[in-house]
Design a protein around this ligand. Sequence first.
Ligand SMILES: [Zn+2]
Length: 114
Amino acid sequence: MPYPVPFKRLDIQPCCICGQGIMHDNQITFVRVRGLDYLVITPEGVKRTHGLEQFFGGGNVGAALAHAMDDPELAKVTIPVSDKLVCLKCATETTLAEFIEIVSVPELLEPDPS
Ligand SMILES: [Zn+2]
């Protein structure tokens, strides 16, 4: 897909945080979040990688040799987030952690009372 990805009529959706239109504050800029993964470390993968690196002497050489022997998954995606639109107000007032919580729990999506 070409980058930047064009934005067309069918791409319009409300802000995923406040539920209002993306231009509700008469702002002409907004944010499109193009996928986001919330990951959790896989302890077995980290231990295995570290153990192999130490086995091969550690440092860059140990890491390269360990990688050649095995390449375990170090983290798993727990919450995949598809494309979302965020109005400028929400984009400037919401932390990334708050954004992840909101998009992963649809019940939290409520229109802004103001
Ligand atoms: Zn918003």
